[in-house]
Design a protein around this ligand. Structure first.
Ligand SMILES: [Zn+2]
Length: 139
């Protein structure tokens, strides 16, 4: 994380792990299965949009986890949220496409822009309620 994306800090790692746990929650709730099914009936462009919504929801769940873990155990140290946001920003599709030397192609996004990823992580963290995480409705 640190070398590849210039996002140092233990909490950048925590964000990445929490994002993956977010995907596990989506699996348990049946969300990822639904998305995979729907994607088969969509064009690549619209399928990618759906994929972005799924990824942003995993970012939201990551933020949600931070909210509740901190409320229960006080895990946050100063600068932790900034670290997570830096990490979320570093792995936005727009930034990654720029880094690989190409132009930015929004239709090819599968994970969301840096701004979207920060927005949803932060929304999960600040609201702390599952109901706020409907990325499929808001995009
Ligand atoms: Zn993901």
């Amino acid at each position: 994380m640190k070398e590849r994306f210039h996002a140092p800090g233990d909490f950048a790692m925590a964000y990445v792990v929490a994002h993956e746990v977010g995907h596990h929650v989506q699996h348990l709730l049946g969300t990822s299965d639904q998305v995979h099914q729907q994607r088969q009936q969509l064009s690549e462009k619209d399928g990618n949009k759906l994929s972005v919504m799924l990824e942003l929801q995993a970012d939201f769940y990551a933020g949600l986890w931070v909210h509740h873990a901190d409320a229960m155990k006080g895990i946050l140290e100063p600068g932790d949220i900034e670290e997570a946001l830096t990490a979320a920003s570093a792995i936005g599709d727009d930034k990654l496409q720029q880094q690989s030397g190409g132009s930015v192609v929004p239709d090819a996004f599968t994970h969301g822009t840096s701004e979207q990823r920060m927005y949803w992580f932060n929304k999960g963290y600040t609201t702390g309620t599952l109901e706020q995480g409907d990325t499929f409705r808001e995009l």
